[in-house]
Design a protein around this ligand. Structure first.
Ligand SMILES: Nc1nc2c(c(=O)[nH]1)N[C@H]1C(S)=C(S)[C@@H](COP(=O)(O)OP(=O)(O)OC[C@H]3O[C@@H](n4cnc5c(=O)[nH]c(N)nc54)[C@H](O)[C@@H]3O)O[C@H]1N2
Ligand SMILES: Nc1nc2c(c(=O)[nH]1)N[C@H]1C(S)=C(S)[C@@H](COP(=O)(O)OP(=O)(O)OC[C@H]3O[C@@H](n4cnc5c(=O)[nH]c(N)nc54)[C@H](O)[C@@H]3O)O[C@H]1N2
Ligand code: SF4
Ligand SMILES: [Mo]
Length: 749
């Protein structure tokens, strides 16, 4: 059945003509993209101009330099030597970031949906027309339902610009996948223990650690730059790496101990580790006494949670549990049990992070060298603007009293609030989507589709014709990060610092920066006072001057350091320290969680097991890709064109699956992958699970490199387990089986 918002698969757009007119060809025409990149990297810097930027290929935001030739053609991006996020070296994705600029499939002009008897299409429009249409819809929605019913889904660079716009318009109904689909549960678990989010970059002192414990945190494939570099140095220095992963990850291959845990049982391992550390008195007594609360209750709580108990759950040898606990203790306090990043796994994820946080507290690693440093942050003053109007309701009300610890919008709940009859008076009617590809990023496609069909208006700001754009009424093309100003980067670090992103060249085609798009809309909505400048560079210059710098200085330096704050990176011996929790202590026993009806200390809960013939679907990252955003990038696509499904040889034997055989995956709810995926037979995965790299299976033919290649893990994640504390979507409780014959033959897909 076709509905208004059916995804437009076939478009009558004349995109080819525009690309040709712009006179662009792919700069990577050679047989090996790697060679091209190396050549670009090696190009001498004489006569080249360089402009500071920070990377947008992922959220680590490494600072770098974009080099252009005398004609303004971008040649390369390299890391800024001074930058603590990258230490002068970008990861493969960051180096290939110029592929975002050169991608011929980029969005080039504003597009407006045209209804047709044969299905909808898009037509090109001028910015005037597209912006007028979006602004008139925003006015109409505000008049009919109130501005609160216009929701914002955002992620990455463009987010803040549209957040400002929507706040000025009167809506704080906003959310991003970085919370409920990513690190939200972790940050809430960390906060319940230490009083503050772990944040990004995490304040892990890997540089000086003696023992790094990675629980499903696959640094090395998860390419968070400075962490990867610091980990590699730590390995050279002889630090002990302990990896807990059902898959023999790259990190596992560098580890002294690999614990191939049965998936979904990490809480039992953590509790057993805590048991050993307390029972063998391996904990830091002085630290625990001085800074923590609830030790006796914890001791009692884990009394029966022996390694033998955990063995029956996790399949990890009790002696290995003891040995690894002792190895951590031997390194303490220079030990890091990494809090992880993408934490929305099984629905009890905030509690798993609590287990991790508690273990670190027992070792005294927080506030000690080689553990976690106290992060330093530098905040720039806000550019003057009137106070935002007070919305009558917002993202919080859409939760209807659930998820009391959600401290920012919950994407999946905003989606639910867009389906009529779900949240009563808090009904979302229209969406503004900027920098997030919801069909690939949000599980439970059924709800997403219901919501997409129900809303009255959808505007998408993106750089590429990603899946989400196919549902839009209006598509606004943003230029890439290499062609624009954005907000100053001021993230947490060992030394407070800021970094500038500025355009290295004029935007290609008719693309525009997010700040410009937001300002144009704001002015059409009569919000002039919120946009008291002509160019965003004026905002940056004003902000920088307030802190004794200037845009000119930052254009030369790219990054600037500021003196450390009063709080030092580490605790002095016997120093009094108040943690920002209610008690001022590290809460091993959380009265806050208890008062909200949650377990005050982490517990192990058994999760659903796969039925016979089904295998748990787990997923992760590949070093050369970031989710779906790099799927079509000509350079990065060349480095890894497709994902495959990792299958244990025992399973392959049992099912008669061969290396490189194409299969379709079917999940427990009967959902079959749209595209086939190649089998990779490998001992590196447990027999009870299969593994795929996330981000593949693009359905938009306009992505000429990525379309239809590899399978999407997301479409198989139809079932989610919500974290009751904050609404995170646990996504690893889905199970798949294999189909060998094309199930879509009839449907001709
Ligand atoms: N199944 C499954 N789902 C997941 C995950 C998983 O591993 N598996 N991971 C989760 C995690 S950890 C996260 S953080 C989220 C990530 O979720 P998203 O941020 O939605 O991930 P991307 O697929 O990278 O989508 C980014 C979108 O922004 C666009 N974009 C890139 N640069 C720009 C820009 O400069 N301007 C604009 N306007 N748009 C831009 C891209 O073209 C793309 O459409 O996904 C979560 N969802
Ligand atoms: N190259 C690259 N790097 C990235 C990104 C990217 O897209 N590409 N995205 C960035 C973002 S936004 C995030 S949030 C991070 C995410 O990166 P991480 O937080 O490091 O990892 P996840 O994606 O959650 O986890 C993947 C690992 O968990 C393992 N795993 C699966 N189930 C279980 C289980 O039950 N128990 C245990 N112990 N392990 C399990 C998988 O086998 C896999 O090795 O990566 C960041 N870095
Ligand atoms: S880690 Fe890589 S992709 Fe992420 S910001 Fe840094 S260079 Fe860019
Ligand atoms: Mo993430």
């Amino acid at each position: 059945m076709k509905t208004r918002r059916d995804f437009i698969k076939i478009s009558t757009l004349g995109l080819g003509g525009i690309a040709a007119a712009a006179g662009l060809s792919r700069i990577a025409m050679g047989s090996s993209v790697v060679d091209d990149l190396l050549k670009l990297g090696a190009a001498g810097s004489d006569n080249l101009k360089r402009y500071p930027t920070y990377c947008e290929v992922c959220f680590w935001k490494c600072a770098g330099w974009t080099y252009t030739d005398d004609k303004g053609k971008i040649l390369k991006v390299i890391g800024n030597d001074e930058d603590p996020h990258c230490y002068g070296r970008l990861c493969p994705r960051g180096t290939g970031g110029i592929g975002m600029y050169y991608d011929e499939d980029r969005l080039k002009k504003p597009l407006i949906r045209v209804k047709g008897a044969e299905g909808d299409t898009y037509r090109e429009a001028s910015w005037e027309e597209a912006l007028d249409l979006v602004a008139s819809k925003m006015k109409e929605i505000a008049e009919k339902y109130g501005p609160e019913s216009f929701a914002l889904f955002k992620h990455g660079g463009p987010g803040v610009h549209f957040e400002h716009l929507m706040s000025a318009y009167g809506s704080d109904t906003s959310a991003e996948p970085a919370f409920a689909q990513c690190r939200g549960p972790r940050d809430i678990g960390w906060k319940a223990t230490y009083g503050a989010w772990a944040g990004s970059p995490e304040p892990t002192d890997i540089r000086d650690t003696k023992c790094l414990v990675l629980i499903g945190s696959h640094i090395g494939e998860n390419m968070h730059n400075s962490q990867v570099q610091e980990m590699s140095d730590a390995i050279d220095r002889g630090a002990t790496i302990i990896t807990v992963d059902p898959r023999f990850s790259t990190a596992a291959s560098k580890s002294k101990y690999w614990l191939p845990i049965k998936p979904a049982t990490d809480n039992a391992l953590l509790l057993a580790w805590i048991h050993v550390v307390i029972n063998e008195e391996l904990y830091n007594k002085k630290y625990v006494e001085k800074y923590t609360l609830g030790f006796e209750a914890l001791k009692k709580h884990v009394e029966a949670m022996t390694p033998e108990w955990a063995y029956g759950i996790t399949t990890i040898d009790p002696e290995l549990i003891r040995t690894t606990a002792r190895a951590m203790a031997a390194a303490a306090p220079a030990v890091i049990v990494h809090p992880g990043r993408h934490a929305s796994w099984y629905g009890d994820d905030a509690q798993r992070t609590r287990g991790i946080a508690i273990l670190n507290a027992l070792f005294g690693s927080v506030g000690n060298r080689g553990g976690f440093y106290f992060k330093q942050e530098f905040k720039l003053p806000k550019f003057p603007a009137p106070a935002y109007p007070e919305p009558k309701w917002g993202w919080k009300e859409t939760l209807q009293g659930k998820f009391p610890l959600a401290s920012t919008g919950v994407t999946n709940e905003l989606i639910r609030a867009s389906i009529p009859g779900q949240t009563g008076e808090y009904q979302v009617k229209a969406w503004f989507v900027a920098g997030t590809n919801l069909p690939i990023s949000i599980p439970d496609k059924k709800s997403l589709h219901e919501a997409l069909h129900a809303i009255e208006f959808l505007v998408v700001v993106d750089t590429m014709p990603m899946d989400i754009t196919g549902y839009a009424d209006v598509i606004l093309p943003e230029c890439t990060y290499l062609e624009r100003y954005d907000q100053i980067r001021s993230s947490t670090s060992r030394i407070p610092n800021i970094a500038l992103r500025m355009p290295a060249t004029e935007p290609l085609y008719e693309t525009k920066p997010a700040w410009w798009i937001a300002k144009q809309l704001g002015e059409r909505l009569g919000l002039h006072d919120f946009y008291n400048y002509n160019d965003f560079s004026e905002v940056l210059d004003w902000q920088l001057k307030q802190v004794g710098s200037s845009l000119d200085e930052m254009k030369n330096a790219g990054i600037k350091f500021f003196p450390e704050k009063a709080t030092a990176l580490y605790l002095e011996p016997d120093q009094d320290y108040t943690f920002p929790t209610a008690s001022g202590k590290i809460e091993l026993y959380s009265s806050e969680l208890e008062s909200l009806g949650f377990d005050p200390m982490p517990v192990y809960t058994a999760h659903e097991e796969p039925a016979e013939g089904f295998y748990r679907l787990i997923y992760g990252r590949a070093p050369m890709h970031t989710f779906s955003r790099t799927a079509n990038n000509p350079y990065l696509h060349d480095l890894m064109k497709e994902n495959n499904v990792w299958v244990n040889p025992k399973v392959a034997d049992l099912l008669g699956l061969k290396k490189d055989q194409m299969v379709w995956l079917k999940n427990q709810d009967g959902v079959i992958s749209t595209y086939p995926v190649k089998v990779r037979v490998t001992e590196r995965i447990r027999w009870d699970s299969v593994y795929m790299v996330h981000g593949y299976g693009q359905t938009n033919p306009k992505l000429r490199n990525a379309y239809g290649i590899g399978a999407s893990d997301t479409e198989l994640i139809t079932k989610v387990k919500l974290d009751p504390t904050m609404g995170g979507t646990g996504m690893r409780g889905n199970f798949v089986t294999f189909i060998k014959e094309n199930p879509w033959k009839e449907a001709n897909i």
